[in-house]
Design a protein around this ligand. Structure first.
Ligand code: SF4
Length: 235
């Protein structure tokens, strides 16, 4: 299990819970707006954190923290993910998994084993614009179809909360694209838009964010598609 980061405390990453966040390396996408470029492009250059140390910290913080977020990179690529989640769940923590949804078999397995309590899945864009938005020319987004169905049709009956989330970039997302993406997940429990900000360490270049008014208009546009919708990263 390649763990490259550990944020000991967050009130933002796990909705409604005091949590910490673990970062894994590697990703199967190359989203040009990715803020974690080093974890994606050259994870081997990043220091590795011993899982035992993180688990020991979690053991000490039982009763203080409620949840553990596992993010990346793309955590479902990690062969040791299941065993890590077992150990975290056995300590009594809630687990939130962030995923790009491209490995539905892994997602389904973790869901059925009761190893995740909350899944935040990226909905990168409309189906048609998936290849350019993920930076993978020719990408077939069929696995995303399956992950969407898994979350919408199976997560609720397994007691798993979920959300879809979309980082909105001016050069990649038009209001029409968001409507198309909305049709893909119509009836979902939750869908959030996230404002794009250039951290200066992106995978791509020449990207810009929308102004606050445009983002609020887009947030209004997506309301019909999910029970809960919202906008993150805008004052
Ligand atoms: S933003 Fe894209 S490239 Fe970056 S970690 Fe997420 S899925 Fe991978």
């Amino acid at each position: 299990m390649e763990l490259h980061g550990f944020n000991r405390f967050t009130l933002l990453d796990y909705p409604g819970h005091m949590a910490c966040t673990i970062f894994t390396g590697h990703c199967n996408f190359r989203c040009p707006f990715c803020q974690n470029a080093s974890l994606v492009l050259e994870p081997e250059s990043q220091p590795l954190l011993p899982p035992g140390e993180i688990l020991a910290t979690l053991k000490k913080r039982r009763g203080i923290l409620e949840g553990v977020c596992v993010t990346g990179g793309e955590p479902t690529l990690q062969p040791g993910l299941e065993s890590l989640l077992w150990r975290i769940r056995n300590m009594g923590y809630l687990v939130k998994l962030d995923t790009n949804g491209f490995l539905p078999d892994v997602l389904e397995h973790l869901m059925r084993k009761g190893l995740v309590n909350y899944i935040a899945m990226d909905l990168k864009n409309s189906r048609m614009r998936y290849p350019e938005t993920t930076g993978i020319p020719g990408l077939d987004p069929s696995p995303i179809d399956r992950s969407i169905r898994l979350l919408m049709e199976e997560a609720p009956s397994l007691g798993i909360e979920y959300e879809f989330r979309t980082t909105v970039v001016r050069e990649l997302h038009t209001p029409h694209d968001l409507e198309e993406a909305g049709e893909w997940i119509r009836g979902a429990k939750a869908w959030y838009l996230q404002a794009f900000r250039d951290s200066g360490t992106l995978i791509g270049s020449g990207l810009t964010g929308y102004d606050a008014d445009s983002l609020h208009a887009m947030a209004a546009l997506i309301r019909p598609y999910a029970d809960r919708t919202g906008l993150r990263g805008v004052d």
